[in-house]
Design a protein around this ligand. Structure first.
Ligand SMILES: Nc1ncnc2c1ncn2[C@@H]1O[C@H](COP(=O)(O)OP(=O)(O)O)[C@@H](O)[C@H]1O
Ligand SMILES: [Mg+2]
Length: 317
């Protein structure tokens, strides 16, 4: 097969994360309080996936929607710094760039999100030309993208018509309705990457075997992520149980699922076995948790290779 311009096209949400850490008390109406630390960083599941997949050596093109503002500039700069192609990112004329502000106090956290331009990406923005230039399509965060959601089946159908392989991470539904035509969507999704709670909610089952049973007739490869328990992959009659790698330097788990996806898809597009896909997924999930946020541990390929070997005894090739 002729090599495509990009290994992976990511179509998805983009936002800034502003994390206010070490508050002197939890926010109170009518009062001003102080935060001892502040982190201003690239957020969003799709962007963490794209950024870390690019660091792992895949060529990645991104289609998403941001505002015409300095937050949008930061997103473009951060993705470009990781070699993600940003020329198909759309600047909205009406909305600002999406942002999540998180307030951390001890073990508790409150978050406020302004979705802004994330509300605007629609399936027609992802053109046939973009699809034709890629070997694989990845979409994440079904419920954070109200304009994209109604066209998801058509988008995945088009991708399959052009010969791409595809993957989808549904992520959490903040409305907890889980409303989507899964039956018709998953037919066109080669790799479905929910976490176990998302999978149980989507199928309205209380346990994993029941959940897998409920979708296996129309889903293809199902990968259920389960935090420190690792992940289980189901494909036809094959089941791969992948334990998590034990991390003695835990910082936080923000983005672990997205980094797992990046490791998994990096191997998947190289035609590796299910075990090899799941294993690099778990290694990348664990690497992600060694530093705060979703991309800090994925500085460059050599750094990732070093962490993989030294901390998890895994040889990244
Ligand atoms: N604390 C941790 N230590 C080691 N690996 C982890 C840890 N947390 C997550 N992982 C790895 O990352 C993967 C994805 O994390 P998970 O929390 O299940 O995803 P999501 O963020 O989508 O809920 C897990 O399957 C596991 O392999
Ligand atoms: Mg997730």
């Amino acid at each position: 097969m002729q090599k495509k311009k990009f290994d992976v096209l990511v179509a998805g949400e983009l936002n800034i994360d502003l994390i206010l850490d070490k508050l002197d008390q939890f926010p109170v109406i009518g009062k001003e309080i102080m935060a001892a630390e502040m982190i201003y960083t690239l957020g969003s599941s799709s962007a963490i996936f794209a950024s870390n997949l690019s660091t792992l050596g895949a060529s990645v093109n991104y289609c998403g929607c941001i505002g015409n503002d300095s937050f949008g500039d930061k997103i473009i700069n951060d993705l470009a710094a990781k070699n993600v192609t940003t020329s198909n990112i759309i600047r909205s004329k009406t909305s600002g760039t999406g942002i999540t502000v998180a307030f951390n106090f001890n073990q508790d956290r409150a978050m406020v999100t302004y979705p802004g331009a994330m509300n605007e990406l629609k399936q027609n923005d992802i053109t046939d030309d973009m699809l034709k230039q890629a070997q694989h399509l990845h979409v994440s965060s079904v419920f954070l993208q109200p304009a994209l959601k109604p066209g998801l089946i058509d988008l995945f159908k088009r991708a399959k018509q052009f010969g791409l392989t595809t993957s989808l991470d549904p992520q959490w539904d903040p409305a907890e309705k889980w409303d989507c035509d899964w039956k018709n969507l998953l037919l066109f999704v080669d790799v479905f990457l929910p976490n176990i709670e998302e999978l149980k909610n989507i199928t309205q089952k209380t346990n994993l075997p029941g959940a897998v049973d409920a979708i296996k007739d129309f889903a293809n490869l199902i990968v259920a992520k389960n935090s420190t328990e690792g992940a289980i992959a189901f494909y036809k009659n094959e089941v791969v149980e992948q334990p998590a790698f034990i991390n003695h330097d835990f910082a936080d788990a923000i983005g672990a699922g997205d980094s797992f996806n990046a490791g998994f898809i990096r191997q998947f597009i190289r035609d590796k076995s299910l075990k090899q896909c799941a294993e690099l997924g778990a290694v990348c999930g664990a690497i992600n948790t060694t530093q705060k946020g979703g991309t800090a541990a994925f500085k460059d390929f050599e750094t990732v290779k070093k962490i993989a070997k030294e901390k998890f005894n895994y040889t990244l090739q």
